[in-house]
Design a protein around this ligand. Structure first.
Ligand code: DAH
Length: 339
């Protein structure tokens, strides 16, 4: 019996020693210490022993059980530690590995220029307004005093949707929407896309952007227009920029003018940028025609105003010295990232 116990002891300790894995250790526990395990069964065969030897043998069995349990506990700790180490090793993250670069793109020169223009006018108390790109003929032409036989109304220049609707050819229609719906006085700019039936080349695109400006109040004069645009030019192109107003014709303003700024490249001496003249044309403007005011329900005897229209691409091309408009629409990030 004693030999049998010693055998169990050695066998258990050996198996524990060689278990190698936690699951195996559990199997060993069941095999030796479990209800039907070997130690349990040897206790059950106690009756085969002489009664006087039983207490001593019982103690031996208990000691063996304790020893096996202790060994098992130690091995469990060792194996758990090993398993944890193996797991850590397997799941290790190399934080020194370079991260995958996410390509965030770049703000478009048009956007940069527009935000600059908006900043300038918002600083002067203007509101930024949006108008519809699909527009009624009335807003794009008629309400702006553009007669039915005007060349701009030719289908070669304008994308018509039907007799009544078209893709706006200018942002000037937003003037009319604003006059019809907003309370006076008005001080607004209206940036947005416009469409013209043009072939693509270095200076033309069938879709481009304009920024309209409109001020309506009592006692607004041409002096206000001049002062406003002079300040705009200085903020956009630099403190020393001067403006020149050349008489021009637009149906919706009277008088009308085109505005040139002194070349910011040569300061007015004449260079390649300004084609030797020292001046660069940037926008059209004028005093809102009394007929236009009247059509939108504003009394021209009480109110007056000025308006202007700037080409956004023109500003961006000038400001960043880009010589081909097509570059603005290709969205090549290698190009865009330069600005
Ligand atoms: N709409 C004109 C164009 O597309 C630009 C313009 C000129 C707008 C004079 C105005 C203005 O508001 O007063 O050429």
């Amino acid at each position: 019996m004693k030999d049998r116990l010693e055998q169990i002891r050695q066998s258990a300790l050996k198996q524990i020693e060689e278990a190698g894995a936690l699951e195996k250790l559990n199997d060993i526990r069941v095999a030796f210490l479990g209800k039907k395990g070997e130690l349990t069964s040897i206790m059950k065969s106690m009756k085969e022993i002489a009664p006087e030897d039983r207490p001593a043998f019982g103690q031996m069995v208990n000691e063996t059980r304790s020893e096996i349990e202790k060994k098992m506990e130690e091995m469990k700790t060792t194996l758990a530690k090993k398993a944890r180490e193996a797991q850590l090793k397997a799941e290790v993250i190399d934080v020194t590995l370079p991260a995958k670069k996410s390509n965030v793109g770049h703000r478009h020169p048009n956007t940069i220029a527009l935000e600059e223009v908006e900043r300038i006018f918002v600083g002067m108390g203007y509101e930024v307004i949006e108008g519809p790109e699909v527009e009624k003929d009335y807003y794009n032409f008629e309400a702006l005093n553009i007669p039915a036989n005007h060349p701009a109304k030719d289908e070669q220049d304008t994308f018509y949707i039907n007799k009544e609707f078209l893709l706006r050819t200018q942002t000037s229609g937003t003037q009319v929407h604003t006059m019809e719906t907003q309370k006076l006085p008005i001080r607004m700019i209206a940036p947005g896309r416009v469409y013209r039936s043009d072939e693509v080349d270095a200076t033309h695109s069938p879709c481009f952007h304009q920024i309209e400006g409109l001020v309506i109040d009592k006692h607004i004069t041409f002096a206000d227009l001049k002062g406003t645009l002079a300040e705009f030019a200085r903020e956009l192109f630099g403190e020393d920029t001067k403006v020149k107003f050349r008489p021009h014709h637009f149906p919706f303003t009277e008088p009308s003018a085109e505005v040139d700024v002194t070349c910011f490249k040569c300061g007015g001496k004449g260079c390649r940028m300004c084609k030797g003249s020292g001046w660069i044309e940037i926008l059209g403007c004028g005093m809102v025609h009394p007929k236009v005011l009247k059509m939108s329900g504003i009394d021209p005897d009480e109110y007056s105003g000025f308006a202007f229209g700037v080409g956004l691409e023109r500003i961006a091309l000038l400001k960043y010295e880009i010589d081909d408009m097509r570059l603005l629409y290709e969205n090549d990030t290698r190009f865009l990232k330069q600005f």
